[in-house]
Write a protein that binds this ligand. Structure first.
Ligand code: TXA
Ligand code: MG
Length: 322
C-alpha cells in the first residue's frame, strides 16, 4: 500500500474520523484511542452497546507502556514472544485512556497487530488506535475489505484494503490485571502457548448461561444470520435447505463444503465461508464439531457462540441487519 494512502488514512484518524483497516486476525474499525469523541463514533456506527470495551492497537512497546500504569514482567514476556501478533493483554489503564474506550473499566486491552498496513497506519497516525472488529454488532467479523464494505458502505471515512486476513478469527484476550493470568477469549495463540511463557493460566468462560467474565463478551457475537448448528457424525437436519461444513465426516447435503483438517487453515477460511453461505438464504448451516484439543479452542468458542444465538430465533428478528 502506498505511503500516500497510509498518510491520508492517518490524517483521517488524527482528525477524529473512522478508518477500517486490516489486521492479521480480522478487519478493525479504528479511531484515535486518546480522543473520546472519535471513539464514540465507533459505538454509533457499529450499533455496539456502550458496555463493550475496545482493544487499543499499538505499533511499539513504548506506545503500549504509555497506556498502562505498570508494565509487569509477564506482559514483557508475552509481548516479547507473541507481538506483533494475535494476543490482546488486559492491564490496569493509565488516566490518558478515555473511559469511553474501556467502557468505564479500570483496565485496557492492548495489542500490537502483525499486519504491515495496520502497523504503518498506527505509526503514521502517531497515536494508538482503538478498534473493534469492523462488523455491525452481533454479525460476523470481516476477513476481507468487501465484508467491511457490505456492513458499512460509505458510513466510514475510509477502508484500507489489505487483502484476506491470515489468522481469520479474533485475537486471544488475556487479562494480567489479577494475581493469575486469566484467559478471557480463546484464539489462535493458545492457552498452552501462553502457559509455556508465563506459567498457569485460568480460563474464563463467556458462554451463554454463565456469567460474562469479560464485559462485552456477549454470547451472541460472531453470528451469521442463518441458524447455525454443530453436529456430530454427519447427523444433518432432515428438513429444509442447508449447507454442511465438514472435516472428517461427509454427509448427504447439496451444499457440502470440505473444510481444512488443520486448525490454522480452518480458522483462516471459517468466516469467509460463513459470509458466503449467509447470503444464500439457507435454512441452516451445519458444522461438524471441531476437535476438543487446545489448538481448536478459539474456533470452538466462535462456533458455539454462533450456534447459541441460532437457538433463539426470536432474537434475530430484532437485530439490526445491513
Ligand atoms: O483480533 C481482534 O482482537 C480484533 C482486531 C480488530 O484486533 N478486534 C476485536 O475487537 O475482536 P472486539 O471489540 O470485537 O472484541 C474485543 C474483545 C471483547 O471480547 C472485549 O470484552 C475484550 O476484547 N476486552 C477489551 N478490553 C477489555 C478489558 N479492559 N477487559 C476485559 N475484556 C476486554
Ligand atoms: Mg467483534
Amino acid at each position: 500500500m502506498s505511503d500516500a494512502v497510509i498518510e491520508a488514512a492517518a490524517r483521517l484518524i488524527r482528525e477524529g474520523k473512522l478508518v477500517a483497516f486490516p489486521t492479521e486476525t480480522v478487519y478493525g474499525l479504528g479511531a484515535n484511542a486518546l480522543e473520546a469523541a472519535a471513539v464514540e463514533q465507533i459505538f454509533v456506527v457499529k450499533g455496539r452497546p456502550q458496555t463493550s470495551p475496545l482493544i487499543v492497537h499499538v505499533s511499539s512497546l513504548e506506545m503500549a507502556r504509555g497506556l498502562v500504569v505498570d508494565w509487569p514482567e509477564r506482559a514483557a514476556a508475552l509481548a516479547e514472544r507473541f507481538w506483533p501478533g494475535p494476543l490482546t493483554l488486559v492491564l490496569p489503564k493509565s488516566p490518558c485512556v478515555p473511559d469511553r474506550v474501556t467502557a468505564g473499566l479500570p483496565t485496557v486491552g492492548i495489542r500490537m497487530p502483525q499486519h504491515p498496513v495496520a502497523l504503518d497506519l498506527i505509526r503514521a497516525a502517531g497515536v494508538p488506535i482503538a478498534a473493534p472488529s469492523a462488523n455491525r454488532f452481533t454479525e460476523l467479523s470481516p476477513t476481507t475489505a468487501a465484508h467491511v464494505r457490505r456492513a458499512f458502505g460509505d458510513r466510514i471515512a475510509m477502508i484500507l484494503d489489505g487483502g484476506t486476513t491470515d489468522v481469520g478469527i479474533e485475537s486471544t484476550v488475556l487479562s494480567l490485571a489479577d494475581v493469575q493470568p486469566l484467559l478471557l477469549r480463546p484464539g489462535m495463540v493458545t492457552r498452552a502457548q501462553i502457559e509455556e511463557a508465563v506459567g498457569p493460566v485460568l480460563a474464563a468462560s463467556g458462554v451463554a448461561g454463565r456469567p460474562h467474565a469479560s464485559p462485552g463478551m456477549h454470547p451472541r457475537h460472531y453470528s451469521p444470520a442463518t441458524p447455525l448448528l454443530i453436529v456430530d457424525g454427519g447427523a444433518l437436519p432432515e428438513h429444509g435447505h442447508g449447507a454442511y461444513l465438514w472435516r472428517e465426516t461427509p454427509g448427504a447435503c447439496q451444499q457440502s463444503i470440505q473444510m481444512p483438517l488443520g486448525a490454522r487453515e480452518y480458522a483462516r477460511q471459517l468466516y469467509d465461508t460463513l459470509h458466503k453461505l449467509d447470503v444464500l438464504g439457507l435454512e441452516w448451516i451445519a458444522v461438524e464439531r471441531p476437535p476438543l484439543t487446545v489448538d481448536w479452542a478459539g474456533i470452538s468458542d466462535r462456533l458455539e457462540r454462533a450456534a447459541d444465538r441460532s437457538e433463539r430465533p426470536n432474537d434475530r428478528t430484532s437485530e439490526p441487519r445491513s
